[in-house]
Design a binder for this molecule. Sequence first.
Ligand SMILES: CC(C)(COP(=O)(O)OP(=O)(O)OC[C@H]1O[C@@H](n2cnc3c(N)ncnc32)[C@H](O)[C@@H]1OP(=O)(O)O)[C@@H](O)C(=O)NCCC(=O)NCCS
Length: 333
Amino acid sequence: MPLTFRHFRNFDPPALTRLWNARALAPGVACALRVHEFDAHAWGGVNFDARGLIVAELDGQVVGFVHAGFGPDYPIPALRPFELSHEVGAIVQLVVRPDLAETNLASELIQRGERYLRARGARVIYAGSLFPLNPFYWGVAGGSEGSGVTTQERAFARALAELGYEPVSTAILLEADLDRPEPRDPRAAVIRRQARVDFVDDSAPADWWEGVALGDFQVMRALLVSKSTGAIIGSAETWDMGWFSRRDDRARVGLIKLEVVPSERRKGHGRFLVAEMFRRLRENQIQIVAAQTASTNLPALGLYASLGFEPIDQSTLYRLPAEKLDRTIPGEP
Ligand SMILES: CC(C)(COP(=O)(O)OP(=O)(O)OC[C@H]1O[C@@H](n2cnc3c(N)ncnc32)[C@H](O)[C@@H]1OP(=O)(O)O)[C@@H](O)C(=O)NCCC(=O)NCCS
């Protein structure tokens, strides 16, 4: 029986979840997910459009799916309206049954995802789910923040190359093991006299997009505050990556939104803030902190290295060249 393709239907989640869980274990992907977790997180959100999730079947069995979607309209409001920007779309996820990884199933699915994006108005198409093109899967794939296509997703990357997609940026995924003490910074004692770190547990999401992505998870915010002026010098957040920890049973959080105000950079503040967060996380029995940054962000990479983070994977964001945007797909009317 030949391969057939169709849109998502409400009875698909168990088969899609089985397919997802049959993937090889990879650092940037949550595993052993349950149907209701996917339902709540990826296939039931306010931004979910069943036409963007295309399922492949062979002999009546679901053997692959591609998920294409759009990011939020800017500026992102805190609450409604949940508007998407249809100019720029992304092929966000692709999963194929491992024994079909060497076939053309992946490229067939990607092309159907492209067709959906074009029909909804996309004039630019990316592949990978880097913020803000991370509808649906921030929280279940792509490490701490959603990212491009990781090195483990070989069928996805190979099909993108065959279809003419070009790499546009690379993110480095890193992890720090809190069971190992981080190197001490001699500047810490001075900073401690001048500034304090305030923690906000259960911090609210900044906007609806973040709410969709991280609303299911506990978020902790840390603020580095000047003791003399009360001014905020830097801030960062962590979210509970429990679903990613099922592969190794090590309690894990993701570090996001780390920023030091420009005038206070390169004075040890970023390192101090993260080291203080480590202290608090250890008290809460967290063992691993995951982070990621662009391969070109040398300050962030330097900061993470100084705290003992090590690279665990990398991911690439791809773009379809403009001249290929309107290509026709075999079998397309
Ligand atoms: C990344 C960032 C948080 C670093 O904060 P910071 O307070 O300036 O960093 P620190 O002074 O604590 O530096 C710690 C180490 O990081 C590295 N580092 C920091 N800034 C660097 C720079 N501009 N160039 C190279 N290395 C740098 C160094 O190894 C430094 O140790 P050293 O001062 O002993 O050489 C800050 O540059 C920033 O806010 N950048 C914009 C937002 C951002 O990129 N966030 C990361 C998102 S993933």
